[in-house]
Structures are given as C-alpha cells and as structure tokens.
Write a protein of this length. Structure first.
Length: 238
C-alpha cells in the first residue's frame, strides 16, 4: 500500500518510475515530426466536427443527408427529361416546306390579245422579268434564240405590256402583263415598286412547274447551262 510520503518517482519496491522513461531532447527541432503529426490530428478533428455540424448530430444525420441527395438527383432527372431535345430527321426545319415548293406565285397574267391565264400554266418556259427600260434588246434577242433552239417558250413579263425588243416578234417572245408586280418583287427584279438597274432577271421553269433557277445577271454560258438542264425533260411548251 502506497504511503502519502512515498515519492512518485520511486516506482514502488525498487522499480523504475514512468518519469525515468521521459527523454528531453537537447534540440527542440527534434520534435518537429511529432508537432506536425499533432497539428494534422487536430485539423482532422476540426474537419470531422464541421461535418457533424453540417449533417446534424445524432443518428438522424446520415438518413437526412441521403434524403437530400435523392431529392437533388430527382430534380436533376426531371430537368433532363423535360428539356427540349434535338432529333435528326424527325423535325422539319423552318422553311423546308417552302423550299420544296418552288413553283411560281399563283398569279394571273394577261396576254397581248387580252386573254387571262394563270402563270403556273405556262411551262416549261423561260421568263424575263421587268424588261421595260432595261435597254437590253440585244441580250433579250440572244436569249430568245437560245430558248427556241431548246424547244421552250420565252415570255416577257412586266407591269405594263412589254415592248418588243428589236428583232423579236410575238411568235418568238410572248408578252405578259402582271400589273401587281408579284413576280418582279419575289425574284428581286423590282424593289419598292421600281425595277432594279441592270438587265432582266431570267426565271427558268421546268415541265413540273418548279422553278429550276433564277439568274439576276445572266451570261450566255449560264443561260445555255440552264436550258440544257430543262430541255431533256421539256415537251413542246403551251
């Protein structure tokens, strides 16, 4: 039994005391490793304490965190499910229907003899828009000759009865009146009701009624190319 006056360092019956096992280094820097380990342990303890505060103390913290994560995942899934999707081939791009229907506008024209027809009935053909005032008789004459060689009809279309270019007759070029200027506006032969400067705009229409090409500034090479495309499927024009 230990007496009150017994020295703690005695270690009992002649044994060594725990104090004897303490080693005090001569240089404090020798304890750097232990100090760093102690700091790491304290930082880890502080992190665990913050985590416990965030998740709540007691046994309910884990389930509450799991429920919160499930709710977040559910909301994210709904957002992905109902967002607009882009699919290839199933959605018709804007303007596709208009692009596939390349027919002339459904408008009436008046011939030189006073008869009225739908311009869509006049096919296959080449239309020269807004020729009045273009000062391009030679160009119109050359186009008329090329069109006849390909067994197609050539029409001059303007708001008032077009003047026959020099060297052309009503047989080689049929004149049409389209007083509203619908064709000229659609194919940019007119702007704000006034004809655009330059030669006539040529519109090439196939036997199916579809506009094959529009040439705002035609050249002989371009005209021949388009006529060669129309001619193989072109029956005698009406």
């Amino acid at each position: 039994m230990r007496r009150d006056d017994e020295d703690d360092r005695s270690g009992g019956a002649g044994g060594s005391s725990w104090v004897d096992r303490i080693v005090i280094p001569d240089d404090i820097s020798e304890l750097d490793a232990e100090i760093r380990a102690l700091h790491r342990e304290r930082r880890a303890q502080r992190r665990r304490a913050r985590l416990r505060r965030l998740t709540g103390s007691g046994r309910t913290g884990g389930p509450l965190l799991l429920v919160a994560l499930l709710l977040i995942a559910g909301v994210a899934g709904l957002l992905v499910m109902f967002q607009p999707r882009r699919t290839s081939g199933s959605v018709t791009p804007l303007g596709t229907a208009q692009a596939t229907d390349r027919r002339l506008p459904d408008t009436q024209v008046t011939l030189a003899n006073g008869s009225v027809r739908s311009i869509r009935e006049l096919r296959p053909a080449v239309f020269a828009l807004a020729p009045n005032g273009c000062r391009c008789d030679a160009q119109l004459g050359a186009v008329s000759r090329d069109v006849r060689e390909h067994n197609l009809k050539f029409y001059l279309v303007d708001r008032s009865l077009p003047r026959l270019p020099k060297g052309l007759t009503d047989t080689s070029a049929t004149r049409l009146v389209e007083s509203d200027g619908v064709l000229a506006a659609k194919y940019n032969a007119e702007k704000d009701g006034k004809r655009v400067a330059g030669g006539p705009v040529l519109v090439f229409v196939g036997s199916d009624g579809q506009v094959a090409e529009v040439l705002p500034k035609p050249t002989p090479t371009m005209v021949e190319r388009e006529l060669s495309t129309l001619a193989p499927s072109a029956a005698p024009a009406s």
